[in-house]
Design a protein around this ligand. Structure first.
Ligand SMILES: *Cc1c(COP(=O)(O)O)cnc(C)c1O
Length: 391
């Protein structure tokens, strides 16, 4: 038994301190290249595109948190997914869930297709996936819970199918972070993270990760990062390292706030639907309980009209109307015009993403203040809509 995940966020099991004067905070090695002691000798580092000590320390940290053999740090989540797609060649086929981060859909539709990789988008239930596997299928690509509709996918069930067919299961674990969920432990082959979100946690740095439990995949990815060059810079690596130290306490507090907000929203007349996998009524609740240690802090809700949704966005103050998630600040997003603007209309309709749907990334402010903000905003929107009716 290893240490608790709260401790893992702060300490690597084997930390080397001897070279750095006992520095408690890992140093930033702001260097592009490394001098060689002699011909044929290396300090272990040659050039920062290949590897840099700060990035390496971060990668070890993320690998430890995901129980992987290796993690690679990229300049953004999309850089990580773009590099991941270099594992495939023209003629390969992928199965992807219909409800994915909008940027991932844009990548698959516009870049991967052009490169000859065919992507079939389906609801990734085990039955559907089994039916869609073809001779050239190489991988299944999912997020769970999905963005923004919070559908829960059974990782173990899919990993069993993937293993039986000799293909990879790839899981984007951004929404729960390694604090709440470890897909590799459930049989996934590769885990994706937008480190910009919970791992960094402060809405101040872009980063992305690929983590694997398979040495042969890790070797391929090491070759790709060295060759294509989207590795994370030393200073940004350090910022993410600093963010990770508080990952556990942030996740706990954000989840506690999320539950408070979910209960408040459910009481409001203008809220038609609250989608949060921590609700026992959520269809994915039992699977979540089995495969994760928490439910996260992402809430999607639908209000009675587009006008009410726009009214909320106009009147928020403490809560900010901004894309992104996973930071200490509570953010509200309008998926139809922001994160999912480039997702085809047909797919949006199918997933139930309409003009009445809002997505919340709950931060770590005092729950009481967030509720007070919602009370003020809802009151204001009610008044405004009433005034409009009367005039
Ligand atoms: C944000 C996000 C990404 C993309 O990451 P960037 O760091 O913004 O490039 C990928 N997947 C999910 C689930 C995300 O939320």
């Amino acid at each position: 038994m290893g240490v608790d995940v709260l401790t893992k966020c702060i300490h690597l099991e084997k930390e080397s301190r001897e070279n750095f004067y006992g520095a408690v905070s890992f140093p930033i090695f702001q260097t592009a290249t490394f001098a060689h002691p002699s011909v044929g000798n290396s300090t272990g580092y040659d050039y920062s595109r290949l590897q840099n000590p700060t990035r390496e320390h971060l990668e070890k940290m993320v690998a430890a948190l995901e129980n992987g053999v290796d993690a690679l740090a990229f300049s953004s989540g999309m850089a990580a997914i773009t590099s991941l797609m270099e594992l495939f060649r023209p003629g390969d086929h992928l199965i992807a869930d219909t409800d994915l981060y909008g940027g991932t859909v844009r990548l698959f539709d516009n870049i991967s297709e052009k490169n000859g990789i065919e992507v079939t988008k389906i609801d990734c239930s085990p039955e559907n996936v089994r039916k869609c596997i073809k001779d050239n299928t190489k991988a299944i690509y999912i997020e769970t819970p999905t963005n923004p509709m919070m559908n829960v996918i059974d990782i173990t069930a899919l990993s069993e199918i993937a293993k039986s067919r000799g293909i990879w299961l790839i899981v984007d674990n951004t929404f729960l972070s390694p604090y709440f969920q470890n897909p590799l432990d459930l049989g996934a082959d590769i885990v994706v993270h937008s480190g910009t979100k919970y791992l960094g946690g402060h809405n101040d740095t872009l980063a992305g990760f690929l983590v694997t439990s398979d040495v042969s995949i890790s070797e391929k990815l090491r070759f790709i990062i060295k060759t294509t060059g989207a590795g994370l810079a030393p200073f940004d690596s350090w910022l993410i390292l600093r963010g990770i130290k508080t990952l556990g306490v942030r996740m706990e507090k954000a989840q506690e706030n999320a539950f408070e907000i979910v209960h408040w929203l459910k009481e409001q007349e203008e809220v038609l639907k609250v989608i949060y996998p921590g609700l026992e009524t959520h269809p994915g609740y039992e699977v979540m309980r089995k495969q994760s240690r928490g439910f996260g802090a992402m809430i999607t809700f639908e209000v009675t009209s587009k006008e009410f949704a726009l009214g909320i966005l106009k009147n928020v103050r403490l809560i900010q109307f901004a894309e992104s998630l996973g930071g200490v600040e509570t953010l509200i997003t309008y998926p139809v015009t922001q994160t999912h603007a480039d997702v085809p209309k047909k797919l949006l309709d199918k997933n139930g993403i309409n003009e009445r749907v809002l997505r919340l990334s709950v931060g770590i402010e005092a729950g009481r203040d967030l509720i007070a903000e919602f009370e003020r905003v809802f009151e204001k929107v009610r008044e405004e809509l009433l005034d409009r009716e009367e005039s």
